[in-house]
Every structure is written in C-alpha cells, then in structure tokens.
Design a protein around this ligand. Structure first.
Ligand code: GDG
Length: 485
C-alpha cells in the first residue's frame, strides 16, 4: 500500500455531505451565526458524532465565502467553500440537472456539459482533500449522496488506511439509462473507492453491480464486487440499507396538545370537509404532483367527489429555483392548481389548498395528523421520508397512506395502498378506496405500517451501515461469505 503524503488529522469519524447540517445566518451586529437544520441525517448521527469526536465536512449554503472550522452541538464543522460559478456548474448543473434526472429514470431530460463535469471533479477533489486532512489514522469516513460520488476513490488514493463508506440517497438507475452518462466509468470507479456502498433498495444495489459488470468487467457475486487493486483485488460490498426517520421524535410531536389543537384548527379552517387529503413534497418533477392533481380533478369532474366533502392540501416546498426544469414545473403545477380551483372551488370550500412554502416541523406534524389520506405519488424516489413521517405521527392508528410503487418506501410499507402513478384510473380508484376504507381496516394497516417504521428507525439504519462497514474491515483479508450470501 502507498503511504500518504497528506498530514493526518485527528477525527476518528468523518461525515461528508454536500450541505452541512447547519445554516449560516447573520447576527444583527453583522457577525456569523449558525443554526442547526433539523435533518434526519444529523439526528441519526449526532449521538455518534458527539461520542466519537466526529467531524462533518460540507458546504454551508452561501457561495463565495470561506469560514473557519467551528464546533456546534459537540460536532466539529468543517465548511467547504464553493464559488458562485461552482454552485452553478457543480451543484445546479451536474448534480441537479445531469445526475438527478438521469438517476430518476430520465423523467426530465438530463443535460450533459463538459464544463459541468470538470467542476464536479474539482469540487469532489476539494471535499476529498478536506477529508484526507481531517481523518485520523484508520478513521471511518462516511460520504453521502450523488454530489460526491468521486470522493471515495480520491480519498482512498490519498489515504489507503481509511475505512470508507458511501451512501446513495437517490435511486441508482438501470443500465440502459445509466449508460447515457458520458462519464459513466469514472463515476463507477469513483464509488468503488469505498469499502461499502449503500443504496436504498435491493434493485438500486443490483443496478449498480450490473453496471460495474458491464462497463468495467469486474466479477460480482451477490453483494460483493472484486475490484482489481495493486495488491490483487479488493472486496467492495454494494448493499441496500433503506433509510428511515427518527420515528419517536415525530410521535412525540404528534402527542403534544398544542399540535393536536392545531390539527383540529386546520380542519376547521378548511371548512370541516369529511376528508382531508394531503401531499407534501419538494416541488420536484420526480414527485408526481401533476399526476395527483390530474386524478383529483377527474374525480371532481365526474362527480365522484365534491369540494364540500374532500379537500386536497398540497405543500410544495420551494426547491432548486434557479434550475430551468424546476421553473417550468412550477408554472405547470400552478397552472393546473389554478384551473382546478377556478373550475371547482366554492366561496367556502377550496378544492386544492396549495402552499409554495416551507413550514416548521410542528406545522407539518399537525398537517399529517389532520390528513385522513396521505398521497405519495412519486414517479421515482430513493425512499420518500414523507411516507414514513405520516405513519410515525399516526399514533391514533388512523389515516390511510396511498403510496407509489416507485418510491423506495414501497419495498417496506406494503400495507399502504400501493399505486402506479402513471395509471391515472388506478390512482383515482385508490383515492376512492382510501376515502371509503372502514375504520377497522385503516387501523389494521396503520398498525402494521407503524411496526415497520418504528422497528427500522434512522438510528437502526446508521448503526447497521456502520456495523457492516466495520465488519467488512475485519474480514477484508479473508472471504466475507457472511456478507456475500
Ligand atoms: C432525498 C431522496 C430520500 C418537505 N417540505 C417541508 C419539509 N419537508 C421535509 C419532509 C421530509 C423531507 O423534507 C423530504 O424528504 P423525502 O425523502 O420525502 O424527499 P427528498 O427531499 O427528495 O430526499 C429521497 C431522502 O433523500 C433521504 O434519503 O428518502 O428519496 O430524494 O423529511 O418532511 N420539512 C419542513 N417543512 C417543509 O415545508 N419542516
């Protein structure tokens, strides 16, 4: 093995993600302030990071500014600088306008630009350099998501002593789609620098191994991939680790009297419809928001539903607003919502209560509590945490989840009403079935769903990923058959 020329750092655990788990703010006196953004990932990793003196490397959300490392809630934060041009080319360009649509079954056409790729390579290198400098000898480094797929290889070259894990939060596409990517071999090679590559679904891990076999010709068996190395070969594991949420904290919010009161208030403010349906998504073309609106509109048109009885609340949180496809999507969705409301709303009842806002988590939980039917109609989604949050909140055992087969969550949440969002008649039938479902069936299904989500929460997810990574290191010298079969 090569010896590193890099100075070695002090952190035994290093996490990398494109965005840091903190948001930059400016105090009234002009000084910098940092607010923890309460994401699932930070909740899952916080106890571990605090206990093991971990560091988190990522972009702080403002371009063209350098910040010194600092500590926040017991975690060392190492900000990476991105220029405004890199934000455009690496982030909005290659990450969100090339990889995102490609990995989500080309629902929107991916753009391939060589300057974007160059920027992706150089930003990945910057992240890898920061990690190489921060990690203690033999440290564990956990790299997250599609923005950083080249980091594992770059890091291994600098620091062969490290244990490197990668988790892909979005789908990995079938070969026929992946093969479009002009840099398809470089990305595979980048990922294969890791010891363990985690995916959301069995199918994603299979698509990845398939691409490795076809494009690089490396032998694969089950979850094991043998990657040629200077010393012979190195075993990489590619396996599914379905992500989850901090279920108990969602239930705790739902049990708060003020949040339950807010849920009652929401129902009243909507004019006390018999059924409230809810959609919660980033405004993204992968989420199937238009398909959901189309199905609802047809049900209103046919008279199967009317606005006195049923309201659809749609939270579409602002997302990637400088990417052209997202601007066009917003116009399209808001045109559909406006038309539908113009045709069917009355003075007292709105067909779609549409909100292009981000809300505090308390308000989201109140909405989940108020919703009789939750609509998740994603055309493709790595997991979809909204589905799991809805289930975690429903400690009353009520509520019906309508869930797309194309969301990773469908692999686990089989007691939902599963739908193919492209089949509009099927979506309509599922909506009617959800609205009419008897209480006993609702409770039976919700109980089973809750068991799934609480048994596999986000702490179990991160523990299982890190355990597999560590076990892999122990058996790296031998044949880890336990992991292979
Ligand atoms: C990616 C993958 C995978 C949304 N609006 C508001 C708000 N949210 C929260 C939800 C949920 C999260 O954002 C969205 O998570 P999803 O999983 O549904 O979707 P992506 O953002 O696309 O996430 C996905 C995930 O990574 C994790 O691996 O599941 O497949 O695409 O937590 O509640 N939260 C608040 N206000 C909002 O307005 N507070």
């Amino acid at each position: 093995t090569r010896q590193s020329a890099e100075p070695q750092g002090a952190y035994p655990l290093v996490v990398l993600s494109n965005r840091l788990p903190v948001d930059h703010e400016v105090n009234p006196d002009g000084s910098d302030a940092w607010r923890t953004s309460p994401g699932g990932l930070v909740t899952a990793l916080e106890p571990l990071m605090q206990a093991s003196d971990g560091a988190w490397i990522g972009w702080p959300g403002v371009a063209d500014r350098s910040f010194d490392p600092f500590e926040k809630d017991g975690i060392s934060i190492i900000p990476v600088r991105l220029s405004a041009l890199e934000l455009e080319q690496f982030y909005e360009g290659f990450s969100n306008d090339t990889l995102w649509p490609l990995y989500h079954d080309v629902i929107a056409p991916p753009s391939y630009h060589r300057e974007w790729w160059d920027s992706y390579v150089s930003v990945n290198r910057r992240f890898a350099e920061r990690a190489a400098a921060a990690a203690a000898p033999g440290a564990t480094v956990w790299v997250h998501d599609y923005q950083l797929q080249l980091v594992p290889r770059m890091l291994r070259e600098a620091r062969p002593d490290l244990l490197i894990g990668f988790f892909n939060h979005i789908p990995f596409p079938p070969y026929g789609i992946y093969a479009q990517l002009p840099w398809r071999k470089q990305i595979l090679d980048g990922l294969l620098g890791a010891d363990l590559i985690g995916f959301q679904r069995v199918a994603d891990a299979g698509n990845f191994s398939g691409a490795v076999r076809r494009l690089l010709g490396y032998p694969t068996r089950g979850v094991a991939i043998d990657v040629p190395d200077t010393d012979g070969s190195r075993r990489v594991i590619a396996k599914h680790f379905p992500i989850s949420i901090d279920a108990a904290s969602y239930e705790a919010l739902a049990r708060r009297p003020d949040i339950q009161e807010r849920a009652r208030q929401i129902r009243e403010d909507l004019g006390n419809p018999k059924t409230i349906m809810l959609g919660v998504d980033r405004l993204d073309y992968t989420k199937g928001i238009g398909h959901r609106i189309k199905a609802f509109g047809e049900l209103l048109e046919e008279g199967s539903l009317n606005v006195e009885d049923v309201t659809l609340v749609q939270v579409a949180s602002p997302s990637r607003e400088r990417v052209g496809t997202y601007m066009a999507l917003r116009d399209e969705i808001e045109l559909a919502v406006g038309r539908l409301n113009g045709d069917y709303s009355t003075i007292s009842h709105t067909a779609i209560s549409y909100h292009h806002h981000g809300y505090p988590r308390e308000e989201m939980v109140a909405l989940y509590l108020a919703a009789d039917v939750m609509l998740v109609t994603a055309l493709r989604d790595g997991m979809n945490l909204v589905a799991k949050e809805y289930v975690a909140v429903r400690f009353d055992g009520d509520g019906v989840l309508v869930l797309s087969e194309f969301a990773g969550a469908a692999d686990e949440l089989k007691q939902a009403i599963l739908i193919n969002p492209h089949d509009i008649d099927g979506v309509k039938a599922a909506i009617l079935r959800a609205i009419a479902m008897p209480r006993t069936e609702r409770t039976r299904r919700m109980r089973a769903l809750r068991r799934k989500v609480f048994d596999n929460d986000v702490a179990a997810w991160s523990a299982s990923f890190l355990r597999t990574l560590t076990e892999g290191a122990v058996v790296r010298a031998g044949i880890p058959d336990k992991l292979v079969d």
